[in-house]
Design a protein around this ligand. Sequence first.
Ligand code: GCV
Length: 665
Amino acid sequence: MRKYFIGALAGLLAAACARPVPVAQDGTGLWLAAARPYDEILNGIHPAFNPRLAPEEYRIYDKDGERYIDAGSEAGLRYGVYALQRAEVLGEAGPGIDLSGKPYYDIRVLNHWDNLDDTVERGYAGLSMWEWTAPEIPEERIRRYGELCASIGLNGSVLNNVNANPLILDAEHIARVAKMADILREYGIKTYLSIKWTSPMTLSGLKGGDPLDPKVRQWWKDKAKEIYAAIPDFGGFLVKANSEGQAGPQDYGRTHADGANMLAEALQPYGGIVMWRAFVYSPTSPDRANQAVEEFLPLDGQFADNVIVQIKNGPVDFQPREPFSPLFGRLKETKMMMEFQITQEYLGFSNHLAYHGTTWEECLQADTYRQGPGSPVYKAVNAIAGVANTGQDPDFCGYVFAQANWYAFGRLAWDPTLSAAQIADEWVRQTFLKPEGMSPKAFEKKFVMPVKGILMASREAVVDYEMPLGLHHLFGGTHYGPAPWERLGRPDWTPAYYHQADSAGIGFDRTRTGSGNVDQYNEPLASAFNDLETCPENLLLWFHHLPWDYKLASGRTLWDEICLHYDRGIRTVDGFRATWQGLKPYVSPALWEETDRKLTIQARDARWWRDACVGYFQTFSGRPLPADVEPLKTPIDSLIGRSILSDQLGMPQHDEAGNPIIVKP
Ligand code: GCV
């Protein structure tokens, strides 16, 4: 197990430290590392229930020299204690405190893509933290998880993968899930399950899954009754149907609404909900980005009250940058739920430092114009979900900096108007301990500020070295590395479908003369995206196919700008490494070395991305690299058709020096 003895004068401090050594000393403290224990804080306040407050609301204040937390329920009290814990670390808990909080969304859930064989789809922190195959549930870890989730305001967990195994609903698994739910309940977390559409067939031998078939409907009603007998506060089902080969109601000539409503009817007597995913696309459509609106807009208003349509932030699939999904602006009579991806499927797994606070802020604040100007995405949605980045790794996430994304998701789920910068600030101060003897001012200047600087620049760096200017889906097999050359197989799974590079230019034409995707957005956005003069430059090639010599605002050609972005991405990561060198005195050797190793990998991977993408696109552009960029390192001929060596769990392999091990598959 890694040991992170955090602190400049680390050797001195551990033994001599007057305060108890916080759990964070090995990196497993996460953002609770620098805090006083929950019980200690609870014992130091006067709790009071105030029926005028909403159930999850709290107010912290001082009266006559005593500290009080008023809350609308036990849940509100819990959130109040955690808010006070955070305020203490941030130095905002002095006498006279007056701090209130109330969540913006009622449903704030993590989606775990964990399989019953303990693998995790797109998981990069070890096997499933739930240990499905072990004889007993991992109680201690579940408690720790509950504490971490509650501390940032999350109140729900979908325990299993949306590509669900039907066995999750057999008697044995329901009993196991009930035990997990008993623990999670103590932390205010409701348990939900992903279900497979074909469950009635697999588990009971029913002949089909037509949602209008009375036998199928009765099966789900009976199953709901069985689940609620074991888990009285069960949250409901998450459903991936008629998506990526999963069965669904369309197989029986029915709609998403027919399917969702059947499940909703079964759950309704118990107060359960259905989260029905809108992640749909088929190889026959000319533009994958159009399909969710094409399938779901005609169903607007047809979903039952306890159905929420869960929509990924962008119209394709969690790319480093996408515009927001046009569904957020178009569905008017349907409850919607945001789906963010915390796990870094497309942003370097748990190897690359990529803080998503900025990604999600950009999406939540984007104006949909659904009710005229001032209709941001965050107001359009009724609930929020994040695909978890947790696993059995002692630090849960496989990288201390990946923890920042779990934290940021929770904080934005509680209050989507928080800024990414504020969240980064909170996370750094709570995660890293100030070395004994160092003044708060010096720690702020020498450590907190530089680390925040890295976090805030990190996502844009990934966009730059992976796919700038609106390029997207340039990934190969495992979604770790570049493969812009891939064009064999299902078109909408190949990079060539998305970049459309040819000797004339590059980019996906989604204008009115192309796929028409722009018109899925409300005006004035539709026209803004359609028009080259007004299309945001960072989405240019998402919406337009442009000649290599097209002139950008900078006066440079598109080709030169593409090269400069890749180069900027590399330089930014080099800058992170240089900054981290200077931070050596403030963190433990183990933490420093591990981060240094990951930043080295990131810098090497960034060059691989640049060599692959710039080198490949150059075969079409036929133009030289601009003079001021770093020359390509690896000739394109030795990259085309190759990918990174991966282990059995799909984890990428690097050599001692941090270089990706590139092999012929
Ligand atoms: C759970 C992408 C991922 C899949 C994932 C799917 C989804 O396609 O690559 O692993 O499957 O999204 O969100 O359903």
